[in-house]
Design a protein around this ligand. Structure first.
Ligand code: ADP
Length: 464
C-alpha cells in the first residue's frame, strides 16, 4: 500500500471517528432536550390537574379530564386505596385503553416517566402521586405520543449521517490531493534515482522548489550525496584514464630500446661488426634498466609505499650528489659550482637513498640539457623550518606551455634528446612530497632553469 493511500486512510479514519463522536454527542443532547421539554410539559399539566382537585371529607372531586387532554395528550387518574390502585377516570380520547402503571411509584413530587407502546402507539407516560389529607391518595397519569420527538430525532440522524458522509468524502479527496502534494519531492527523488540508475548519469539533480522543510532537507541531502558520488566517480574515471595512458606510454617507451637492441642483434648476426652494435646494445639495455627502475619506483609510490626514514645529515646526501654530478659534468664539459655550506649541520628525517635520487635527478637534468660551456650551480641554505636546495643551470630553459606539465609522468618538453624517459621529475616530486616538502621550478626559454626543493628539517640536538 502506498504512503499516499495510507496517509489518506489514516486521516479519513481519524476524521470519521471524530465525526461519529461528535454526531453521537449531538444526537444524545438533542434526545435529552426533546424528552426534557416533553416531560416538563406533561409535569406542568399534571400539576395543574392536581391543583384543580377539591375534596369534602373523604371524597375527592376531580375536574373534567377532557379539559386537560388534547389530540396527542392522554390523561388518567388512579385512586390508591386498599394496597392496589383502582382506575378512577380517563380522558375520552383514551377510549377503553388503560395507560400502564409503572412498576413502582416513588412518593415524590416529581413523579415518574416511562416509555411504553400502547396499541402500537409509542407513548411517554408521566405518573405523579398526589396526596389528600397528608396521605398518598392517588396517581395522575399524563401521556403524550413520542412520534414528533422520534421524527425529529430520525431527521437529525439522517442529516448527521449524510453530512458526515459528505464531509468524509470531501476530506478524503482533499487529503488524497494534499498527500500527493506533500509527497511530490519524494516522488521526484525516486524518479531522479531511477533516471540515474537507467542512464548512469550522475549529473542529474532533484529539482525541489518547495519550502525548506524536512522533505526539502531530504532533497538537499540527496543532491549533496550525488555531488559527492559524482566527484568520486569523476576522480576514479580520471585515475583510470591516467592509468591507461601510463601503461600505454610505458609500453611505448620500452619498445623503443628493444627495437634498437633487436636491430643491433640482427646486424651482429649478419655482419659481425661487433663493437658499435654491442655498445648500442649496452647503452639501450642500461636505458631500459633505468626506465624499469623508475617505473617500479612510481608503481610502488602509487601502491602507497611508505619510505623507511631515519634522521640523516643532509650534508652527506648533498656531498654524494655532488660527487656523482662532477663525474657527469666532466663528460659534458659544463662548469659545476657547489655552495651547500648553509646546510651544514641540517638534519632531516628521511630516506637517504631517495633524497639522493631526487637531487641527482635535478643535477642530471641540468647537466643533460645544458650545452657545453654552460654553468650549473647546486646550493643549499636554511629556509624557515627547513632547508632549500636549488639546482640552477644556464641551459635552454623550459617554454611556459611546458612548465605546468614537466612533473607529469612521461612528459618530455620538446622531446629534448633521446636520453630521458620523462620519469625523473615525477619521481623527484614524489620524494619531496613524501618527506613533507615541495618542489618548484622557475625557468625562461633561453635563460636557463632553476629547480627548488624545500624540505623540513629536524633540530640537530634531538636524540633519536
Ligand atoms: P627526462 O627523462 O626527459 O629528463 P624528466 O621528468 O626529468 O624527464 O624531465 C621532464 C622534461 O622536463 C624533460 O624532458 C625536459 O624537457 C624538461 N627539463 C627538465 N629539466 C630541465 C632543465 N634543467 N632544463 C631544461 N629542460 C628541462
Amino acid at each position: 500500500m502506498s504512503i499516499r493511500l495510507r496517509l489518506t486512510l489514516w486521516y479519513s479514519g481519524l476524521l470519521a471517528l471524530a465525526l461519529a463522536g461528535f454526531g453521537l454527542f449531538l444526537f444524545l443532547l438533542m434526545n435529552y432536550y426533546l424528552h426534557a421539554e416533553l416531560d416538563g410539559g406533561m409535569h406542568a399539566r399534571a400539576r395543574e390537574l392536581v391543583g384543580q382537585m377539591s375534596g369534602v371529607g373523604a371524597v375527592i372531586t376531580y375536574p373534567d379530564l377532557n379539559a386537560f387532554s388534547a389530540a396527542d395528550t392522554y390523561i388518567q387518574i388512579w385512586r390508591l386505596e386498599g394496597g392496589t390502585p383502582g382506575l378512577v377516570e380517563r380522558s375520552r380520547n383514551l377510549g377503553t385503553v388503560t395507560l400502564p402503571l409503572p412498576q413502582s411509584v416513588a412518593p415524590d413530587v416529581e413523579g415518574n416517566y416511562t416509555n411504553s407502546t400502547v396499541e402500537g402507539v409509542p407513548l411517554r407516560v408521566h405518573t405523579l402521586l398526589f396526596r389528600y389529607q397528608d396521605r398518598p391518595a392517588g396517581l395522575v397519569q399524563v401521556a403524550r405520543t413520542l412520534w414528533p420527538v422520534q421524527a425529529t430525532l430520525a431527521r437529525l440522524r439522517l442529516v448527521l449521517l449524510f453530512s458526515a458522509i459528505g464531509v468524509l468524502a470531501l476530506a478524503g479527496c482533499l487529503g488524497w490531493l494534499l498527500a500527493a502534494k506533500a509527497l511530490r519531492p519524494i516522488a521526484q527523488i525516486a524518479a531522479a534515482a531511477d533516471a540515474i540508475g537507467e542512464s548512469a548519469d550522475l549529473g542529474q539533480r532533484v529539482q525541489y522548489t518547495g519550502p525548506p522543510d524536512e522533505l526539502g532537507e531530504l532533497a538537499g541531502t540527496f543532491n549533496e550525496m550525488l555531488d559527492r558520488l559524482e566527484a568520486s566517480h569523476r576522480s576514479l574515471a580520471e585515475a583510470y584514464v591516467a592509468q591507461r595512458r601510463f601503461v600505454a606510454d610505458a609500453s611505448h617507451e620500452l619498445r623503443t630500446p628493444l627495437t634498437i637492441i633487436r636491430g643491433n642483434v640482427d646486424l651482429l648476426l649478419r655482419t659481425g661488426a661487433q663493437d658499435e652494435a654491442l655498445a648500442d646494445i649496452a647503452s639501450e639495455t642500461e636505458r631500459m634498466g633505468r626506465m624499469i627502475g623508475d617505473l617500479l619506483a612510481l608503481a610502488r609510490a602509487d601502491a602507497g609505499l611508505r619510505l623507511d626514514k631515519e634522521p640523516l645529515a643532509l650534508q652527506v646526501v648533498l656531498t654524494e650528489a655532488e660527487r656523482r654530478a662532477r663525474r657527469l659534468a666532466a663528460d659534458q664539459d659544463v662548469e659545476l659550482t657547489v655552495d651547500v655550506k648553509g646546510a651544514m649541520g641540517c638534519q632531516a628525517e628521511g630516506s637517504r637513498e631517495h633524497l639522493l635520487r631526487m637531487v641527482v635527478v635535478l643535477l642530471d637534468n641540468a647537466i643533460k640539457y645544458t650545452p657545453a660551456g654552460g654553468k650549473i650551480r647546486l646550493a643549499a641554505e636554511p629556509d624557515g623550518d627547513g632547508v632549500r636546495i636549488t639546482v640552477t643551470d644556464t641551459g635552454p630553459g623550459i617554454a611556459p606551455e611546458h612548465l605546468p606539465h614537466i612533473f607529469e609522468r612521461f612528459y618530455r618538453a620538446g622531446r629534448t634528446g633521446s636520453e630521458g624517459t620523462g620519469l625523473g621529475l615525477p619521481i623527484a616530486k614524489w620524494v619531496a612530497e613524501e618527506h613533507g616538502g615541495r618542489i618548484s621550478v622557475v625557468s625562461r626559454l633561453g635563460e636557463g632553469s632553476s629547480f627548488q626543493v624545500w624540505l623540513p628539517t629536524v633540530p640537530e640536538n634531538v636524540d633519536h
